[in-house]
Design a protein around this ligand. Structure first.
Ligand code: PLP
Length: 353
């Protein structure tokens, strides 16, 4: 740390991204990327001429992208904010809506970035433990004063929360915002987007990184009332008006418009998830009931850290969190069928089952 690092952020414990190895040829099952390329329409949209257009700033309103997202969900364009990944949307939302007067509450086991943004923006955070079986009960949040952020399905467990439960939370206190991070909802969860018509205290955040194969383009979006989205725009224009680059605006729009390709890819992931889950269980793993594009699994023969290291040595990257309650588990992204077959074969050798 340099002597210039501000005391205001000196105790920041930043987010640790999953490994992104360069060169070495791993089977990469550690950061929940899609094994499939983006839609062919995305590739077509990124023409040479558009690359030459990079001399110009991007559209600060991201109109083409926002209109495509609004059209997809049957919302008005004023209800959509596009972000440089959903991480940016979430960071803006924390900044816009939370503060010393009203903090933020989230689960002990959930997306690791929530506590980082709370610290970065000086927002008091309340951590609510998941139940013994790693499920989230909205009853544990009912009477909190804090705004609430919930990943649904949760990460890294993959376990869903019924939207009827989220509805109960929204009903309870209309002055309290519920931010639902639906990064994985397209793989089988129940989206809260239909609830937007009824509740002004709901913000839904989604990403094109996972279900639309665009992790490297950095495109996410937030959906909410026009008032909430206008507030998010106030923060965006107070920070980085041209937040999405020209090529990613085109890529995101094209991905959103190719519904058939999206459905094919997410359907395929669900099928491979079911197959992999069955195989893992037959090898003695405990597998949490995931509706996302990853499985959270613990072996009855090897602890999580050892398993992570042994797989890495054999060319397979998974994610291991050295944290209380979840360190027996590894999080395995659902990849291509042949990669999952290699994983299962490798595990069988490793665990000698
Ligand atoms: C991947 C992920 C994000 C961030 O996605 P980007 O759009 O790539 O920034 C947000 N929330 C959860 C729960 C995630 O897993």
């Amino acid at each position: 740390m340099s002597r210039f690092f501000s005391a205001a952020v000196s105790d920041l414990d930043p987010y640790t991204p999953g490994e992104q190895p360069r060169g070495q040829n791993y089977i990469k099952l550690n950061t929940n990327e899609s094994p499939f390329p983006p839609s062919p329409r995305v590739v077509e949209a990124l023409t040479e001429e558009e690359s030459r257009g990079l001399r110009l700033y991007s559209d600060p309103t991201c109109k083409d992208l926002v209109d495509a997202i609004a059209g997809y969900y049957g919302l008005q364009s004023g209800q959509v904010l596009a972000g440089n990944g959903s991480d940016e949307n979430l960071a803006f939302a924390f900044r816009a809506f939370c503060g010393p007067e009203r903090g933020v509450a989230f689960a002990d086991i959930t997306y690791g970035f929530y506590k980082v943004w709370a610290r970065l923006w000086g927002i008091p955070a309340r951590v609510i433990p998941l139940r013994e079986d790693f499920t989230l009960h909205v009853d544990d949040y009912m009477d909190l004063h804090e705004h609430i952020v919930i990943a649904n399905p949760n990460a890294p467990t993959g376990i869903p929360i019924p939207s009827s439960d989220i509805r109960r939370l929204l009903e309870r206190d209309s002055e309290r915002l519920v931010m639902v991070d639906e990064a994985y909802v397209d793989f089988g969860g129940e989206s809260c987007v239909p609830l937007l018509a009824e509740y002004g205290n709901l913000l839904v955040v989604q990403t094109m990184s996972k279900s639309r194969s665009l992790a490297g383009a950095r495109v996410g979006f937030a959906l909410g009332s026009k008032e909430l989205i206008a507030d998010l725009n106030r923060v965006k224009y107070g920070f980085n008006p041209y937040n999405i680059n020209r090529l990613s605006i085109l890529a995101g729009k094209a991905a959103m418009e190719d519904r058939a390709y999206f459905e094919k890819c997410t359907g395929e992931i669900r099928r491979i998830r079911r197959w992999t889950e069955g195989e893992l269980k037959s090898l003695g793993f405990t597998v949490l009931p995931s509706v996302s594009n990853f499985l959270f699994a613990a072996s009855n023969r090897m602890e999580g850290g050892a398993l992570y290291r042994a797989l890495k040595k054999r060319g397979i990257l998974v994610r291991w969190f050295d944290a209380p309650r979840i360190n027996p588990f590894v999080r395995i992204t659902v990849g291509a069928q042949e990669d999952m077959e290699t994983l299962i074969r490798t595990l069988r050798e490793l665990l000698e089952v």
